[in-house]
Design a protein around this ligand. Structure first.
Ligand code: GTP
Ligand code: MG
Length: 491
Protein backbone atom coordinates (compact mmCIF):
# COMPACT_ATOMS: atom_id res chain seq x y z
CA UNK A 1 0.00 0.00 0.00
CA UNK A 2 2.73 2.42 1.04
CA UNK A 3 4.75 1.59 -2.06
CA UNK A 4 1.64 2.14 -4.18
CA UNK A 5 1.05 5.44 -2.46
CA UNK A 6 4.55 6.59 -3.28
CA UNK A 7 4.34 5.49 -6.88
CA UNK A 8 1.22 7.57 -7.15
CA UNK A 9 2.77 10.64 -5.54
CA UNK A 10 5.89 10.37 -7.67
CA UNK A 11 3.99 10.11 -10.92
CA UNK A 12 1.40 12.75 -10.32
CA UNK A 13 2.87 15.59 -8.36
CA UNK A 14 5.30 18.36 -9.14
CA UNK A 15 5.72 18.56 -5.36
CA UNK A 16 7.72 15.38 -5.58
CA UNK A 17 10.22 17.09 -7.88
CA UNK A 18 10.58 19.84 -5.32
CA UNK A 19 11.19 17.20 -2.64
CA UNK A 20 13.81 15.40 -4.73
CA UNK A 21 15.58 18.66 -5.55
CA UNK A 22 15.54 19.58 -1.88
CA UNK A 23 16.99 16.21 -0.85
CA UNK A 24 19.83 16.54 -3.34
CA UNK A 25 20.91 19.85 -1.79
CA UNK A 26 20.11 19.18 1.81
CA UNK A 27 21.88 15.83 2.05
CA UNK A 28 25.17 17.65 1.54
CA UNK A 29 24.61 19.45 4.84
CA UNK A 30 23.53 16.53 6.96
CA UNK A 31 22.34 13.04 5.92
CA UNK A 32 19.70 13.15 8.68
CA UNK A 33 17.97 15.91 6.74
CA UNK A 34 17.33 13.59 3.80
CA UNK A 35 15.28 11.37 6.09
CA UNK A 36 13.51 14.44 7.42
CA UNK A 37 12.48 15.40 3.86
CA UNK A 38 11.29 11.81 3.30
CA UNK A 39 9.27 12.03 6.51
CA UNK A 40 7.56 15.21 5.32
CA UNK A 41 6.80 13.66 1.92
CA UNK A 42 5.21 10.63 3.57
CA UNK A 43 3.16 12.88 5.79
CA UNK A 44 2.12 14.89 2.71
CA UNK A 45 0.65 11.75 1.18
CA UNK A 46 -1.38 11.11 4.33
CA UNK A 47 -2.63 14.69 4.48
CA UNK A 48 -3.61 14.44 0.83
CA UNK A 49 -5.34 11.13 1.19
CA UNK A 50 -7.58 12.39 3.97
CA UNK A 51 -8.38 15.55 2.00
CA UNK A 52 -6.54 18.03 4.21
CA UNK A 53 -4.10 18.88 1.41
CA UNK A 54 -4.78 19.59 -2.23
CA UNK A 55 -2.82 17.64 -4.84
CA UNK A 56 -0.05 20.24 -5.19
CA UNK A 57 0.22 21.09 -1.51
CA UNK A 58 3.23 19.97 0.47
CA UNK A 59 4.67 20.52 3.91
CA UNK A 60 8.11 20.78 2.35
CA UNK A 61 7.01 24.06 0.79
CA UNK A 62 5.80 25.52 4.04
CA UNK A 63 9.08 25.97 5.85
CA UNK A 64 12.52 27.36 5.58
CA UNK A 65 15.05 24.57 5.13
CA UNK A 66 18.05 26.80 5.61
CA UNK A 67 18.99 28.02 9.06
CA UNK A 68 17.64 31.49 9.63
CA UNK A 69 19.24 34.04 11.93
CA UNK A 70 17.25 37.19 12.41
CA UNK A 71 18.42 40.46 13.86
CA UNK A 72 15.69 42.53 15.45
CA UNK A 73 15.65 45.40 17.89
CA UNK A 74 15.38 49.12 18.42
CA UNK A 75 16.38 51.51 15.66
CA UNK A 76 20.00 52.55 15.34
CA UNK A 77 20.99 49.88 17.87
CA UNK A 78 23.69 48.67 15.47
CA UNK A 79 21.88 45.71 13.88
CA UNK A 80 23.19 46.28 10.36
CA UNK A 81 26.69 47.12 11.63
CA UNK A 82 26.74 43.82 13.52
CA UNK A 83 25.77 41.87 10.38
CA UNK A 84 28.52 43.62 8.41
CA UNK A 85 30.99 42.83 11.18
CA UNK A 86 29.96 39.19 11.41
CA UNK A 87 30.06 38.65 7.66
CA UNK A 88 33.28 40.66 7.31
CA UNK A 89 31.54 42.31 4.39
CA UNK A 90 29.91 45.75 4.16
CA UNK A 91 26.65 44.42 2.83
CA UNK A 92 24.25 46.66 4.78
CA UNK A 93 24.06 50.42 4.96
CA UNK A 94 24.46 51.88 8.42
CA UNK A 95 24.00 55.33 9.88
CA UNK A 96 23.01 57.47 12.82
CA UNK A 97 19.57 58.21 11.43
CA UNK A 98 17.10 55.38 10.89
CA UNK A 99 18.56 53.75 7.78
CA UNK A 100 16.64 50.59 7.08
CA UNK A 101 13.00 50.78 6.29
CA UNK A 102 12.86 47.26 4.91
CA UNK A 103 13.47 43.75 6.04
CA UNK A 104 16.47 42.40 4.16
CA UNK A 105 17.03 38.72 3.63
CA UNK A 106 20.72 38.16 3.04
CA UNK A 107 21.83 34.92 1.46
CA UNK A 108 25.05 33.60 -0.01
CA UNK A 109 25.97 33.75 -3.66
CA UNK A 110 29.33 33.11 -5.32
CA UNK A 111 28.72 36.11 -7.54
CA UNK A 112 31.14 38.85 -6.47
CA UNK A 113 28.57 41.51 -7.29
CA UNK A 114 25.99 42.06 -4.60
CA UNK A 115 22.54 41.78 -6.11
CA UNK A 116 19.39 43.24 -4.65
CA UNK A 117 16.11 41.63 -5.60
CA UNK A 118 12.64 42.97 -4.87
CA UNK A 119 10.29 41.64 -2.20
CA UNK A 120 8.14 39.58 -4.55
CA UNK A 121 11.19 37.38 -5.23
CA UNK A 122 10.80 36.26 -1.63
CA UNK A 123 7.02 36.14 -1.67
CA UNK A 124 6.91 33.61 -4.45
CA UNK A 125 9.83 31.37 -3.55
CA UNK A 126 9.14 28.67 -0.97
CA UNK A 127 12.84 28.20 -0.23
CA UNK A 128 12.94 31.57 1.47
CA UNK A 129 11.36 32.53 4.74
CA UNK A 130 8.80 34.96 3.35
CA UNK A 131 6.87 32.64 1.11
CA UNK A 132 3.35 34.05 0.64
CA UNK A 133 4.00 36.82 3.13
CA UNK A 134 1.93 39.28 1.05
CA UNK A 135 -1.18 37.30 1.97
CA UNK A 136 -0.27 37.47 5.65
CA UNK A 137 0.25 41.24 5.35
CA UNK A 138 -3.10 41.62 3.59
CA UNK A 139 -4.78 39.94 6.52
CA UNK A 140 -3.67 42.65 8.94
CA UNK A 141 -3.46 45.60 6.55
CA UNK A 142 -5.84 45.05 3.63
CA UNK A 143 -4.30 46.02 0.30
CA UNK A 144 -0.79 46.46 1.74
CA UNK A 145 0.38 43.06 0.46
CA UNK A 146 0.56 44.57 -3.01
CA UNK A 147 3.26 46.97 -1.78
CA UNK A 148 5.46 44.14 -0.60
CA UNK A 149 8.53 45.66 -2.23
CA UNK A 150 8.40 48.50 0.25
CA UNK A 151 8.73 46.01 3.11
CA UNK A 152 11.12 43.40 1.86
CA UNK A 153 14.19 42.85 -0.23
CA UNK A 154 16.62 40.04 -0.92
CA UNK A 155 20.36 40.63 -1.11
CA UNK A 156 23.02 38.22 -2.22
CA UNK A 157 26.44 38.40 -0.62
CA UNK A 158 29.69 36.53 -1.39
CA UNK A 159 30.86 36.31 2.24
CA UNK A 160 32.09 32.80 3.02
CA UNK A 161 30.75 33.18 6.55
CA UNK A 162 27.23 33.31 5.11
CA UNK A 163 27.41 29.92 3.39
CA UNK A 164 24.50 27.66 4.35
CA UNK A 165 22.68 30.32 6.38
CA UNK A 166 20.21 33.09 5.88
CA UNK A 167 20.41 36.38 7.79
CA UNK A 168 17.48 38.73 8.15
CA UNK A 169 18.19 42.36 8.94
CA UNK A 170 15.21 44.37 10.08
CA UNK A 171 14.24 48.00 10.27
CA UNK A 172 14.33 49.49 13.74
CA UNK A 173 11.14 49.32 15.70
CA UNK A 174 9.17 52.46 15.85
CA UNK A 175 5.51 53.22 15.77
CA UNK A 176 4.45 54.34 12.32
CA UNK A 177 1.70 53.81 9.82
CA UNK A 178 3.17 50.52 8.63
CA UNK A 179 3.17 49.15 12.14
CA UNK A 180 0.64 46.33 11.79
CA UNK A 181 2.31 44.98 8.64
CA UNK A 182 5.74 45.23 10.24
CA UNK A 183 4.54 43.41 13.33
CA UNK A 184 3.02 40.66 11.20
CA UNK A 185 6.30 40.22 9.32
CA UNK A 186 8.17 40.24 12.63
CA UNK A 187 5.91 37.53 14.03
CA UNK A 188 6.61 35.43 10.99
CA UNK A 189 10.35 36.03 11.35
CA UNK A 190 10.30 35.05 15.00
CA UNK A 191 8.40 31.86 14.21
CA UNK A 192 10.69 30.65 11.52
CA UNK A 193 14.06 31.77 12.84
CA UNK A 194 16.49 29.37 14.42
CA UNK A 195 18.21 32.16 16.25
CA UNK A 196 16.85 35.60 17.07
CA UNK A 197 19.24 38.35 18.11
CA UNK A 198 17.37 41.20 19.75
CA UNK A 199 19.49 44.32 19.79
CA UNK A 200 19.23 47.17 22.28
CA UNK A 201 21.17 50.37 22.39
CA UNK A 202 23.29 51.12 25.48
CA UNK A 203 22.71 54.83 24.83
CA UNK A 204 19.00 54.30 25.60
CA UNK A 205 18.79 51.21 27.74
CA UNK A 206 15.18 51.96 28.65
CA UNK A 207 13.60 52.65 25.30
CA UNK A 208 10.48 54.52 26.42
CA UNK A 209 9.40 55.86 23.05
CA UNK A 210 9.12 52.41 21.55
CA UNK A 211 7.46 50.84 24.50
CA UNK A 212 4.45 49.27 22.83
CA UNK A 213 6.31 47.87 19.84
CA UNK A 214 9.07 46.50 22.00
CA UNK A 215 6.52 45.09 24.31
CA UNK A 216 5.08 43.20 21.36
CA UNK A 217 8.51 41.94 20.40
CA UNK A 218 9.48 40.83 23.87
CA UNK A 219 6.07 39.40 24.76
CA UNK A 220 6.43 37.18 21.74
CA UNK A 221 9.68 35.79 23.00
CA UNK A 222 8.56 34.67 26.41
CA UNK A 223 6.48 31.59 27.23
CA UNK A 224 7.62 29.99 23.99
CA UNK A 225 8.68 26.41 23.66
CA UNK A 226 11.73 27.68 21.75
CA UNK A 227 12.55 30.56 24.13
CA UNK A 228 16.11 29.34 24.05
CA UNK A 229 16.64 30.78 20.59
CA UNK A 230 16.41 34.40 21.75
CA UNK A 231 19.55 36.31 22.61
CA UNK A 232 19.11 39.74 24.18
CA UNK A 233 22.03 41.93 23.25
CA UNK A 234 22.93 45.28 24.75
CA UNK A 235 25.03 46.83 22.00
CA UNK A 236 27.26 49.93 21.86
CA UNK A 237 28.43 49.52 25.45
CA UNK A 238 31.61 51.43 24.48
CA UNK A 239 29.54 54.59 25.02
CA UNK A 240 29.44 53.80 28.72
CA UNK A 241 33.27 53.65 28.95
CA UNK A 242 33.73 57.37 29.55
CA UNK A 243 31.73 57.23 32.74
CA UNK A 244 32.71 53.62 33.34
CA UNK A 245 29.14 52.81 34.39
CA UNK A 246 28.44 49.62 32.43
CA UNK A 247 27.07 47.87 35.52
CA UNK A 248 24.45 50.59 36.06
CA UNK A 249 23.47 50.70 32.41
CA UNK A 250 23.29 46.91 32.26
CA UNK A 251 21.17 46.78 35.43
CA UNK A 252 18.69 49.37 34.20
CA UNK A 253 18.45 47.58 30.85
CA UNK A 254 17.69 44.29 32.57
CA UNK A 255 15.14 46.01 34.79
CA UNK A 256 13.42 47.36 31.69
CA UNK A 257 13.32 43.89 30.14
CA UNK A 258 11.90 42.38 33.30
CA UNK A 259 9.23 45.07 33.19
CA UNK A 260 8.28 43.85 29.72
CA UNK A 261 8.05 40.32 31.08
CA UNK A 262 11.41 38.76 30.26
CA UNK A 263 12.49 36.61 33.16
CA UNK A 264 14.80 34.10 31.51
CA UNK A 265 17.08 34.28 28.53
CA UNK A 266 20.60 34.99 27.57
CA UNK A 267 21.88 38.55 28.05
CA UNK A 268 24.93 39.84 26.26
CA UNK A 269 26.90 43.10 26.32
CA UNK A 270 28.92 43.92 23.24
CA UNK A 271 30.16 46.71 21.04
CA UNK A 272 31.19 46.65 17.46
CA UNK A 273 34.99 46.71 17.00
CA UNK A 274 34.60 48.20 13.51
CA UNK A 275 32.61 51.30 14.45
CA UNK A 276 33.12 51.85 18.17
CA UNK A 277 34.50 54.92 19.94
CA UNK A 278 38.10 54.76 21.04
CA UNK A 279 38.40 54.00 24.75
CA UNK A 280 41.34 56.09 25.98
CA UNK A 281 41.89 54.57 29.39
CA UNK A 282 43.97 51.36 29.01
CA UNK A 283 42.58 49.62 32.05
CA UNK A 284 38.95 50.39 31.17
CA UNK A 285 39.57 49.45 27.55
CA UNK A 286 41.01 46.07 28.48
CA UNK A 287 38.08 45.36 30.78
CA UNK A 288 35.56 46.36 28.13
CA UNK A 289 37.36 44.39 25.45
CA UNK A 290 37.43 41.30 27.63
CA UNK A 291 33.67 41.49 28.23
CA UNK A 292 32.98 42.23 24.56
CA UNK A 293 35.17 39.38 23.30
CA UNK A 294 33.68 36.87 25.71
CA UNK A 295 30.14 37.74 24.68
CA UNK A 296 30.91 38.08 20.98
CA UNK A 297 32.52 34.65 21.05
CA UNK A 298 29.43 33.12 22.57
CA UNK A 299 27.11 34.87 20.12
CA UNK A 300 29.27 33.71 17.19
CA UNK A 301 29.26 30.18 18.59
CA UNK A 302 25.48 30.22 18.66
CA UNK A 303 25.44 31.45 15.08
CA UNK A 304 27.77 28.66 14.00
CA UNK A 305 25.63 26.09 15.80
CA UNK A 306 22.49 27.27 14.13
CA UNK A 307 22.63 24.47 11.55
CA UNK A 308 22.17 21.94 14.32
CA UNK A 309 19.33 23.94 15.79
CA UNK A 310 17.75 24.09 12.34
CA UNK A 311 17.83 20.28 12.05
CA UNK A 312 16.20 19.90 15.45
CA UNK A 313 13.66 22.57 14.48
CA UNK A 314 12.72 20.66 11.31
CA UNK A 315 12.33 17.38 13.18
CA UNK A 316 10.30 19.25 15.80
CA UNK A 317 8.06 20.57 13.02
CA UNK A 318 7.65 17.09 11.59
CA UNK A 319 6.57 15.86 15.02
CA UNK A 320 4.17 18.78 15.36
CA UNK A 321 2.49 17.95 12.06
CA UNK A 322 2.32 14.24 12.94
CA UNK A 323 0.72 15.17 16.26
CA UNK A 324 -1.68 17.49 14.50
CA UNK A 325 -2.86 14.72 12.19
CA UNK A 326 -3.08 12.23 15.01
CA UNK A 327 -4.49 14.39 17.79
CA UNK A 328 -6.45 17.08 15.98
CA UNK A 329 -7.43 16.21 12.41
CA UNK A 330 -8.34 12.53 12.80
CA UNK A 331 -10.25 13.03 16.07
CA UNK A 332 -12.13 15.97 14.49
CA UNK A 333 -13.15 13.82 11.51
CA UNK A 334 -14.14 10.95 13.78
CA UNK A 335 -16.19 13.31 15.92
CA UNK A 336 -17.86 14.66 12.78
CA UNK A 337 -18.59 11.12 11.50
CA UNK A 338 -19.98 10.06 14.86
CA UNK A 339 -22.34 13.01 14.92
CA UNK A 340 -23.36 12.44 11.32
CA UNK A 341 -23.94 8.77 12.06
CA UNK A 342 -26.23 9.72 14.94
CA UNK A 343 -28.29 12.05 12.74
CA UNK A 344 -28.38 9.49 9.91
CA UNK A 345 -29.64 6.80 12.25
CA UNK A 346 -32.53 9.06 13.19
CA UNK A 347 -33.28 10.14 9.63
CA UNK A 348 -32.97 6.59 8.23
CA UNK A 349 -35.34 5.33 10.93
CA UNK A 350 -37.83 8.05 9.97
CA UNK A 351 -37.60 7.12 6.28
CA UNK A 352 -38.01 3.45 7.12
CA UNK A 353 -41.00 4.26 9.28
CA UNK A 354 -42.48 6.25 6.42
CA UNK A 355 -41.95 3.28 4.11
CA UNK A 356 -43.69 1.00 6.63
CA UNK A 357 -46.63 3.38 7.00
CA UNK A 358 -46.96 3.49 3.22
CA UNK A 359 -46.79 -0.29 3.21
CA UNK A 360 -49.55 -0.42 5.80
CA UNK A 361 -51.72 2.03 3.87
CA UNK A 362 -51.27 0.07 0.64
CA UNK A 363 -51.99 -3.15 2.47
CA UNK A 364 -55.16 -1.88 4.06
CA UNK A 365 -56.27 -0.44 0.71
CA UNK A 366 -56.00 -3.92 -0.77
CA UNK A 367 -59.60 -4.82 -0.04
CA UNK A 368 -59.39 -8.22 -1.60
CA UNK A 369 -56.96 -10.61 0.25
CA UNK A 370 -56.22 -12.26 -3.06
CA UNK A 371 -54.95 -9.01 -4.43
CA UNK A 372 -51.70 -8.13 -2.64
CA UNK A 373 -50.48 -4.59 -2.14
CA UNK A 374 -47.41 -3.39 -4.04
CA UNK A 375 -45.19 -3.93 -1.04
CA UNK A 376 -46.71 -7.27 -0.19
CA UNK A 377 -46.10 -8.32 -3.76
CA UNK A 378 -42.47 -7.27 -3.55
CA UNK A 379 -41.90 -9.08 -0.28
CA UNK A 380 -43.32 -12.33 -1.45
CA UNK A 381 -41.98 -12.25 -4.98
CA UNK A 382 -38.61 -10.54 -4.72
CA UNK A 383 -36.63 -13.73 -5.32
CA UNK A 384 -39.23 -15.70 -7.23
CA UNK A 385 -40.13 -13.38 -10.10
CA UNK A 386 -38.12 -10.89 -12.15
CA UNK A 387 -40.70 -8.15 -11.56
CA UNK A 388 -40.61 -8.83 -7.86
CA UNK A 389 -36.82 -8.57 -7.85
CA UNK A 390 -36.77 -5.39 -9.96
CA UNK A 391 -39.37 -3.79 -7.70
CA UNK A 392 -37.26 -4.73 -4.68
CA UNK A 393 -34.16 -3.10 -6.26
CA UNK A 394 -36.23 -0.05 -7.07
CA UNK A 395 -37.45 0.33 -3.49
CA UNK A 396 -33.90 -0.16 -2.14
CA UNK A 397 -32.54 2.42 -4.61
CA UNK A 398 -35.26 4.81 -3.57
CA UNK A 399 -34.31 4.31 0.06
CA UNK A 400 -30.57 4.71 -0.70
CA UNK A 401 -31.26 7.79 -2.83
CA UNK A 402 -33.21 9.43 -0.01
CA UNK A 403 -30.50 8.33 2.46
CA UNK A 404 -27.72 9.89 0.31
CA UNK A 405 -29.71 13.06 -0.22
CA UNK A 406 -30.29 13.45 3.50
CA UNK A 407 -26.67 12.54 4.27
CA UNK A 408 -25.55 15.33 1.99
CA UNK A 409 -27.97 17.86 3.47
CA UNK A 410 -27.35 16.91 7.10
CA UNK A 411 -23.59 16.59 6.42
CA UNK A 412 -23.38 20.08 4.96
CA UNK A 413 -25.39 21.47 7.84
CA UNK A 414 -22.98 19.82 10.33
CA UNK A 415 -19.95 21.03 8.35
CA UNK A 416 -21.15 24.63 8.57
CA UNK A 417 -21.77 24.21 12.28
CA UNK A 418 -18.40 22.56 12.96
CA UNK A 419 -16.37 25.01 10.88
CA UNK A 420 -17.26 27.80 13.27
CA UNK A 421 -14.90 26.13 15.73
CA UNK A 422 -11.94 27.08 13.54
CA UNK A 423 -10.93 30.70 13.56
CA UNK A 424 -8.55 30.67 10.58
CA UNK A 425 -10.04 30.80 7.12
CA UNK A 426 -7.41 28.46 5.67
CA UNK A 427 -8.05 25.89 8.39
CA UNK A 428 -11.79 26.14 7.76
CA UNK A 429 -11.26 25.39 4.08
CA UNK A 430 -9.04 22.42 4.81
CA UNK A 431 -11.47 20.88 7.28
CA UNK A 432 -14.32 21.54 4.89
CA UNK A 433 -12.53 19.40 2.29
CA UNK A 434 -11.87 16.67 4.85
CA UNK A 435 -15.47 16.57 6.09
CA UNK A 436 -16.92 16.83 2.58
CA UNK A 437 -15.05 13.68 1.61
CA UNK A 438 -16.95 11.85 4.33
CA UNK A 439 -20.43 12.84 3.20
CA UNK A 440 -20.01 11.45 -0.33
CA UNK A 441 -22.73 8.90 -1.19
CA UNK A 442 -20.19 6.10 -1.68
CA UNK A 443 -18.47 6.60 1.70
CA UNK A 444 -20.03 4.33 4.28
CA UNK A 445 -20.38 5.64 7.81
CA UNK A 446 -20.21 2.08 9.06
CA UNK A 447 -16.53 1.81 8.15
CA UNK A 448 -14.02 1.93 11.01
CA UNK A 449 -11.88 4.62 9.40
CA UNK A 450 -12.81 7.97 7.85
CA UNK A 451 -12.73 8.53 4.10
CA UNK A 452 -9.22 8.29 2.66
CA UNK A 453 -7.85 6.56 5.74
CA UNK A 454 -7.15 2.93 6.56
CA UNK A 455 -5.18 0.66 8.83
CA UNK A 456 -1.93 0.78 6.87
CA UNK A 457 -2.02 4.58 6.97
CA UNK A 458 -2.55 4.43 10.69
CA UNK A 459 0.54 2.21 10.92
CA UNK A 460 2.46 4.52 8.63
CA UNK A 461 1.67 7.47 10.88
CA UNK A 462 2.80 5.57 13.97
CA UNK A 463 5.98 4.46 12.20
CA UNK A 464 6.65 8.06 11.22
CA UNK A 465 6.41 9.13 14.83
CA UNK A 466 8.90 6.43 15.84
CA UNK A 467 11.13 7.49 12.97
CA UNK A 468 11.31 11.04 14.37
CA UNK A 469 12.50 9.57 17.69
CA UNK A 470 15.21 7.67 15.82
CA UNK A 471 16.20 10.85 13.94
CA UNK A 472 16.53 12.77 17.18
CA UNK A 473 18.63 9.96 18.64
CA UNK A 474 20.87 10.04 15.59
CA UNK A 475 21.30 13.77 15.97
CA UNK A 476 22.01 13.46 19.67
CA UNK A 477 24.61 10.81 18.94
CA UNK A 478 26.18 13.07 16.37
CA UNK A 479 26.33 16.19 18.52
CA UNK A 480 26.64 14.95 22.06
CA UNK A 481 29.04 12.58 23.71
CA UNK A 482 27.83 11.95 27.26
CA UNK A 483 30.23 9.08 27.87
CA UNK A 484 33.18 11.09 26.61
CA UNK A 485 34.26 8.02 24.65
CA UNK A 486 34.07 9.43 21.14
CA UNK A 487 37.55 10.87 21.17
CA UNK A 488 38.94 7.60 22.48
CA UNK A 489 37.13 5.54 19.87
CA UNK A 490 38.28 7.82 17.05
CA UNK A 491 41.90 7.28 17.97
N1 GTP B 1 29.87 53.61 19.30
C1 GTP B 1 29.29 52.64 18.65
N2 GTP B 1 28.57 52.93 17.57
C2 GTP B 1 27.95 51.91 16.90
C3 GTP B 1 28.07 50.58 17.34
N3 GTP B 1 27.35 49.80 16.49
C4 GTP B 1 26.81 50.62 15.57
N4 GTP B 1 27.17 51.90 15.81
C5 GTP B 1 26.79 53.09 15.07
O1 GTP B 1 25.40 53.29 15.30
C6 GTP B 1 24.78 53.81 14.14
C7 GTP B 1 23.61 52.94 13.76
O2 GTP B 1 24.10 51.71 13.32
P1 GTP B 1 23.29 50.77 12.36
O3 GTP B 1 24.08 49.53 12.20
O4 GTP B 1 22.87 51.49 11.13
O5 GTP B 1 22.02 50.50 13.25
P2 GTP B 1 20.69 49.74 12.86
O6 GTP B 1 20.20 49.12 14.09
O7 GTP B 1 20.90 48.89 11.68
O8 GTP B 1 19.75 50.95 12.49
P3 GTP B 1 18.37 50.95 11.70
O9 GTP B 1 18.49 49.94 10.62
O10 GTP B 1 18.24 52.32 11.17
O11 GTP B 1 17.34 50.63 12.69
C8 GTP B 1 25.86 53.86 13.06
O12 GTP B 1 26.35 55.17 12.98
C9 GTP B 1 26.90 52.92 13.56
O13 GTP B 1 28.21 53.30 13.13
C10 GTP B 1 28.85 50.31 18.51
O14 GTP B 1 29.00 49.19 18.97
N5 GTP B 1 29.43 51.38 19.11
MG1 MG C 1 19.95 48.78 9.91
Amino acid sequence: MIAKLFKWTKKELPTQEFGEELKKHIVLENPVLKDVVDGFLKLDSLFRSIGYFKADESLTKKMSWWPVISVLGTYSAGKSSFINFYLRYPIQETGVQAVDDKFTVICYSQDKNVRTLPGFALDSDPRFPFYKISKAIDEVAPGEGAYLDSYLQLKTCPSERLKGKIFIDSPGFDADEKRSSILRITDRIIDLSDLVLIFFDARHPEPGSMRDTLEHLVKNTIKRRDANKFLYILNQIDVTAKEDNLENVFASWQRALVKYGVTAGKYFCIYNPDVCNIIEDDEIRRRYERKRDEDLKEIEKRIEHVKIERTYRLIGLLREYIAKLKNVILPEVNKFRKELKKYMLISDSCVLLLFLILFGIFNSMASDRSMLSVFGYILTHMFSSIWGFLSFVLVCSLFFGIHSFLKNKIGNFLIQRTLNNFSEEEEQLKFKNVFSKNIKWYESLLKKFPAGWNESMENMLNDLHLETNRLIQRLNMEYTDPSGQRGLLDK
